[in-house]
Design a protein around this ligand. Structure first.
Ligand SMILES: [Mn+2]
Length: 347
């Protein structure tokens, strides 16, 4: 298993030296956070990031993510120039030998929660989502009332963006995704970069916006859009696990057999109602995701790609970026390793 850990660059309150002390972590998942969306990533900047990570005794294993500009998702005429920029960034990754690119194709919001610090019974806090709370948010104020998005869009900008998406239904969004992948996947293949789309989080429509990467059949349709090995998925158990109709071990087995899982995000969620869930500690007993069976499916289908513990709770008084504290994710890393070791020794 190739265990990795997400790091938000120099602004991350968690130093690489601490990540290095989690047993088994070899790779870092990171990105360039100061490049405007749509601009090409320079090889020099990416090389600098890789050097900092190397110096800590780790390896930059995954870029998560290069954001896809809204004009690409909207199918606007400017998309060709933006896709050319995207290809340039992918080539820079290839030149530096960074093998996996996690990206997503969610309109406007690439994740959404209605609570960033929901208290759990044990005194820890976790991210949570409730559709009823989301429907109560007034977008006339822009994103100021949305947890985690406060300063992102002003009222005018947000309304214009939402209006632009009124003409984009799910089938058009699929067309725009296909258009993007038809141009980027060949470049990625040549650069030896594997594309790994992240499922929509949460995996259903929010604010009337189309969302298309939500269920097992969606992932299979995605890999068929451009039927090349470089066109794959990030198997995010937490995102996919928020839907009761997703059978995660079966999905991991199918996609794994197709050789299209290029990256695994492992975490757990508990569904508490219709379109309502909260995040939990990683172990299967704590939530609705059977992580042992997911990891067994990955193991059985020969998965060798990077895996990372995904969101953790805030525990032990830690403060920091919601979902991305050190302690609970480190516990998750240990749990995933233990599962993997047990599964491997079964053989
Ligand atoms: Mn994820």
């Amino acid at each position: 298993m190739y265990l990795t850990f997400r790091w938000f660059g120099a602004a991350d309150p968690i130093p690489l030296a601490h990540i290095r002390q989690i047993p088994g972590i070899r790779g870092v998942v990171s990105a360039l956070y100061d490049v405007p969306v749509g601009a090409p990533w320079s090889r020099e900047q990416l090389e600098r990031l890789g050097r900092d990570i190397d110096a800590a005794g780790l390896t930059l294993a995954v870029v998560e993510s290069i954001p896809v500009h809204e004009d690409i998702k909207l199918g606007r005429p400017t998309r060709d120039r933006l896709i050319a920029n995207y290809c340039e960034s992918v080539r820079a990754m290839g030149e530096l030998g960074i093998p996996v690119l996690c990206y997503n194709f969610m309109p406007v919001f690439d994740w959404m929660r209605t609570e960033l610090a929901m208290p759990l019974a044990d005194g820890s806090t976790a991210l949570a989502y409730d559709d009823r709370a989301l429907r109560a948010v007034n977008l006339a104020h822009g994103t100021s009332d949305l947890p985690g998005w406060a300063a992102t869009y002003g009222p005018g900008e947000l309304q214009a963006l939402l209006a632009a998406y009124r003409d984009v239904d799910t089938e058009r969004l699929w067309d725009h995704l296909a258009y993007f992948l038809e141009r980027v996947v060949p470049v990625a293949e040549e650069a030896r970069v594997r594309m790994a789309i992240h499922p929509d989080d949460p995996p259903w429509s929010i604010f009337g916006l189309p969302r298309i990467i939500c269920r097992g059949p969606d992932l299979e349709r995605l890999v068929g859009l451009v039927d090349r090995p470089a066109n794959g998925v990030t198997f995010c158990t937490g995102s996919l696990g928020a839907r009761p109709d997703n059978d995660l071990p079966a999905m991991a087995r199918r996609l794994g057999e197709m050789g299209r899982i290029h990256f695994a995000h492992c975490r757990n969620v508990r569904i508490t109602g219709e379109h309502q869930f909260h995040e939990t500690p990683h172990p299967s007993a704590c939530g609705g995701v059977d992580l042992r069976e997911v990891l067994r499916a990955l193991h059985d289908t020969g998965f060798t790609g990077p895996m990372r513990p995904d969101h953790g709770r805030m525990i032990w008084g830690e403060r920091g970026r919601p979902g991305y504290g050190l302690y609970d994710r480190a516990l998750g890393a240990m749990y995933l390793q233990g599962l993997w070791e047990g599964i491997s020794n079964d053989q």
